[in-house]
Design a protein around this ligand. Structure first.
Ligand SMILES: Cc1cc2nc3c(=O)[nH]c(=O)nc-3n(C[C@H](O)[C@H](O)[C@H](O)COP(=O)(O)OP(=O)(O)OC[C@H]3O[C@@H](n4cnc5c(N)ncnc54)[C@H](O)[C@@H]3O)c2cc1C
Length: 451
């Protein structure tokens, strides 16, 4: 029997998921990728065409298949040999080309269908799943996978410009204010510089922290037993700081510890008491992010140069609101130690606060619809949907689905580290494995009896 799997969302997660399904599925499945934009493998991260927008992980970690780590590097050597000469951090804009090639390589003829539509609902039935589309039609499937990404709004909000979709200022001397000092700010500054921008750029965030830079290092080999799982955030932070201190004192690099922790983050997050997770989001997430998501050296050098020249200034402060007076914009920013917010004058304000959803925002799109119908529920912190450890969607009664799964940033609230390609491909392998083995047992009995 051929199993039909519907994937909602054809960004990097959806494409990696489909390629892994085909690889593990022995040709006994067909996949429908439902992608609202009709463009596969792009999504928010890989739609950029600016060659200065680099991956923040090395090319050796970007294979779509965790079991074939050199798959991307081999493709790169054949199709973009010129890029391999510039070091291991390559432009993100080529990734959708790679993902399309991975799909062509793995999908048997006639088994992959791409539907340029929005998926608006999923309902688990006794023997399958019904997936509803925006045009009112529905698709019957054996399994469905939610791969709709961060699901945050992509349009600029009010007076704030969207760094991914709004044009760069025509006036090269315009005064630019950027809300956020993370990797999206870095991309935006590089876009401005590539466009010949001469004007002043001020970037503001609560802590004023810039992402650290990558350097050669060797990840520490940590086992789960080394980590104080279940301890409070306070204890965990002290343990990690001590580990870094001891490691650096013996000649190592702090990055060794950060990257040594990486394979264990999902386990740490799962074992962290809810109150500690909340404290992490409030007090530690921005420190974690700047050490964990680092700038490639080529980007760091350009950012250092504009900081040194004074064209770019990083300011500590909390953005409150923006208003327009005449043809100028003003951002109200509360600086540390100030009693009242001070206005920052700007011609353009970019919102680079990142794509992570805040718990107070409505859950948009398909994810919101799944919660409304009871097919899903929010995880405890309200950051997103709840999944079980096998990426199965958990319904309003707390029961994991046997047929609906989630992959990528949509699972962030449950796993925390499920955003970067190395994490996404591992989830894809797990889900594909589960579906393939489910399919094999279904061939012997009823598919409804999947574990
Ligand atoms: C700017 C940026 C830079 C990044 N850089 C790196 C990096 O350097 N290295 C790294 O490892 N990771 C990086 N990441 C993280 C990561 O690789 C991405 O988060 C990844 O692209 C997630 O892919 P996704 O398909 O889950 O989500 P998205 O990219 O958000 O794509 C979701 C797709 O689903 C579609 N969709 C949404 N809702 C529906 C619906 N209801 N029906 C049909 N289609 C729908 C959308 O149109 C979109 O195409 C970056 C992320 C961002 C945002």
């Amino acid at each position: 029997m051929t199993h039909h799997i519907v994937i909602a969302g054809g960004g990097a997660s959806g494409a990696i998921m489909a390629a892994n399904l085909f690889r593990l599925g022995d040709g006994a499945l067909r996949v429908t990728l439902v992608e609202a934009s009709g463009e596969i493998g792009k999504g928010l991260a890989y739609s950029t065409t600016n060659p200065s927008h680099l991956f923040n992980v090395r090319s050796g970690q970007l294979s779509a298949f965790s079991g074939t780590p050199d798959h991307f590097d081999r493709w790169l050597a054949i199709h973009h040999p010129e890029l391999t000469r510039n070091g291991p951090f390559v432009p993100r804009g080529i990734y959708s080309e790679y993902l399309e090639a991975a799909l062509r390589e793995t999908a048997p003829v006639g088994k992959l269908r791409i539907l340029p539509q929005a998926c608006v609902g999923m309902r688990e039935l006794e023997h399958g799943v019904e997936v509803t589309l925006a045009d009112g039609s529905s698709l019957p499937a054996h399994f469905a996978i939610v791969a709709t990404g961060f699901g945050t709004k992509q349009e600029g909000e009010g007076l704030l410009s969207n760094p991914w979709t709004d044009p760069l200022p025509e006036d090269r001397d315009a005064r630019v204010l950027i809300i956020g000092t993370g990797l999206t700010m870095v991309d935006t500054v590089l876009s401005l510089l590539d466009n010949g921008h001469r004007g002043r750029i001020v970037s503001v965030s609560r802590r004023g922290l810039l992402p650290q830079r990558h350097a050669l290092h060797r990840p520490l080999q940590l086992s789960t037993a080394d980590i104080p799982l279940g301890a409070s955030l306070h204890y965990l932070c002290r343990w990690l700081t001590d580990l870094v201190r001891t490691h650096v004192a013996s000649g190592g690099d702090w990055r060794d510890v950060m990257d040594g922790m990486r394979p264990h983050i999902q386990t740490v997050w799962k074992n962290l008491p809810t109150e500690s997770r909340q404290r992490f989001l409030r007090h530690a997430a921005s420190f974690w992010d700047v050490h964990r998501h680092r700038m490639p050296p080529a980007q760091a050098e350009r950012i250092d140069a504009v900081l040194e020249s004074g064209q770019l200034e990083i300011v500590k402060g909390r953005f409150l609101s923006a208003e327009q007076r005449g043809d100028r914009l003003f951002a109200n920013v509360m600086r540390p130690g100030w009693d009242e917010p001070g206005p920052f004058k700007a011609d353009v304000i970019y919102d680079c606060r990142g794509v992570r959803r805040r718990a107070d925002q409505d859950l948009p799109g398909l994810a919101g619809a799944l919660v409304e119908s009871g097919a899903a529920r929010l995880e405890k912190l309200g950051l997103g949907l709840e999944f079980d450890r096998n990426c199965a969607l958990v319904n309003m009664h707390g029961e994991p689905s046997a047929r609906i799964f989630g992959i990528g940033p949509v699972t962030l609230g449950t796993f925390w580290e499920s955003i970067a390609v190395p994490d996404i491909r591992e989830q894809a392998r797990q889900i594909a494995d589960r579906i393939a083995s489910g399919g094999r047992s279904a061939a012997r009995g009823s598919i409804a009896r999947l574990p």
